[in-house]
Design a protein around this ligand. Structure first.
Ligand code: NAG
Ligand code: NAG
Ligand code: NAG
Ligand code: NAG
Length: 388
């Protein structure tokens, strides 16, 4: 007989009942199969159910929920002495909780609360040893704060020449910082499952812990959180002059590959011991151009600041040269040729051959004031909103 599925069309399947004598043995096997299957199914259902419950029982936004009074107590009513500086999204204060734990509190400008809660729940899920740890939030009336772990060793920008706290580290620590930032960025881009583009990676957004381990900061809020948005074009250019990839100036195109560019610039800064925006050499070339020229002339050794990097033996020199080569791959003008961050991590930690970089892209700022001018591929683009 043909089974009819109610929509008027006969099923192509033909159901045939085969009758055969069921022995007791078959019955026992069938029954135990059924019971076993049912038990497994029940276990799976229970597991799924408890997982859902586990997720629900966490706070709706994730992380801790701090009361405003707790933050007022921790910062002596947000006093000037506790003010650490102002980041991309707001003023940052240092606080000490009643249990003596040190925290950093970022005050946000007023924003849509629903959107903020959604973003905070995403940020709360980001946990990696090379990201500054997110501890929680405080949304009370019109006051909005995010709370992070406090790191005592300041940001990487204090370790370059020309900074008040110019400090030297040994090569092992420098290499560890470079690899740490690469791992943190790999996590944001690929391993977090959220395709996060940082958009403003620079030394002042890399904090160092007491062992000089690198932790990326300011990865929260107003970032691209998914693939559709990770290539988004935007008129109001985020990012910081010098670290921002040429295509971000030209087309406002932020992507994981523009973060890779910023990473490359940071590595070059470490190598020469100078910040890109204060970089000086006899030929008046920019940092990227300077390193590229020396690379092309096979004189990489000349760009390494051996004293700043604490370079001693030949092996360390080779590791530093390798870092230069990887950095030049990251700042290539053609963004499709820039490696992904997991490849960068791989290049940095393996003895395998690193490809030869092609020409870098960079923006040259004319001497004196006036907006910096972008001259990539002989196309000159004026920058409308210089930021530093
Ligand atoms: C957080 O705490 C405040 C009061 O301190 C409360 O009004 C709010 O509902 C809490 N939010 C969550 C998500 O628990
Ligand atoms: C804030 O400090 C005051 C006085 O030291 C104390 O009475 C109060 O319990 C503290 N509040 C919180 C939320 O820690
Ligand atoms: C804290 O600061 C605010 C304004 O900055 C002020 O109105 C308030 O009175 C201060 N509270 C205390 C306890 O000093
Ligand atoms: C400046 O450029 C010339 C020619 O390209 C080169 O020989 C020289 O080494 C450069 N000097 C520096 C400090 O880069």
């Amino acid at each position: 007989p043909l089974a009819n599925f109610g929509n008027g069309f006969p099923s192509p399947l033909r159901f045939t009942l085969v009758s055969f004598p069921i022995t007791d043995r078959v019955k026992v096997i069938a029954l135990s199969c059924f019971a076993g299957g049912a038990a497994i199914l029940a276990l799976i259902l229970v597991a799924l159910w408890s997982k859902r419950r586990g997720r629900k029982s966490k706070s709706a936004t994730g992380g801790g929920n701090y009361s405003y009074q707790t933050l007022v107590n921790a910062t002596a009513n947000f006093s000037e002495e506790n003010r650490l500086g102002s980041g991309g999204c707001g003023v940052v204060y240092k606080g000490i909780l009643e249990n003596k734990k040190e925290i950093a509190i970022k005050k946000l400008a007023r924003k849509n609360l629903k959107e903020l809660e959604r973003e905070v729940s995403l940020v709360a899920e980001l946990q990696h040893e090379n990201l500054v740890k997110f501890l929680g939030h405080c949304f009370q009336d019109d006051k909005m704060f995010l709370v992070y772990e406090y790191l005592s060793s300041k940001s990487l920008s204090n370790y370059f020449k020309g900074s008040g706290d110019y400090q030297k580290l040994d090569w092992a620590k420098w290499l560890n910082i470079i690899k740490g930032v690469a791992r943190g960025l790999t996590y944001l881009h690929l391993d977090s499952g959220k395709d996060i583009v940082h958009r403003d990676l620079k030394p002042s957004n890399v904090l160092l812990d007491s062992n000089f381990g690198a932790k990326i900061a300011d990865f929260d809020l107003a970032r691209g959180y998914n693939r559709e948005r990770s290539h988004e074009s935007t008129r109001n250019t985020a990012g910081t002059y010098g670290y921002i990839a040429p295509e971000c100036y030209a087309e406002g195109k932020f992507s994981t590959k523009s973060d890779v560019y910023s990473f490359g610039v940071m590595v070059l800064e470490i190598i020469v011991g100078q910040s890109i925006n204060r970089f000086e050499n006899d030929n008046c070339t920019g940092l990227v151009e300077h390193v590229w020229q020396h690379w092309s002339d096979l004189r990489v050794g000349d760009v390494l600041d051996r004293d700043h990097l604490g370079l001693g033996n030949h092996e360390q020199m080779q590791q530093a040269s390798r870092c230069v080569q990887v950095a030049l791959l990251c700042v290539q003008n053609d963004r499709s040729r820039r490696p992904a961050m997991d490849e960068v991590t791989y290049f940095l930690s393996n003895e395998m051959l690193v490809p030869d970089p092609s020409a870098p892209g960079y923006i040259t700022a004319p001497a004196g004031s006036g907006p910096p001018v972008c001259s990539v591929n002989d196309v000159t683009i004026s920058m409308t909103e210089p930021r530093s």
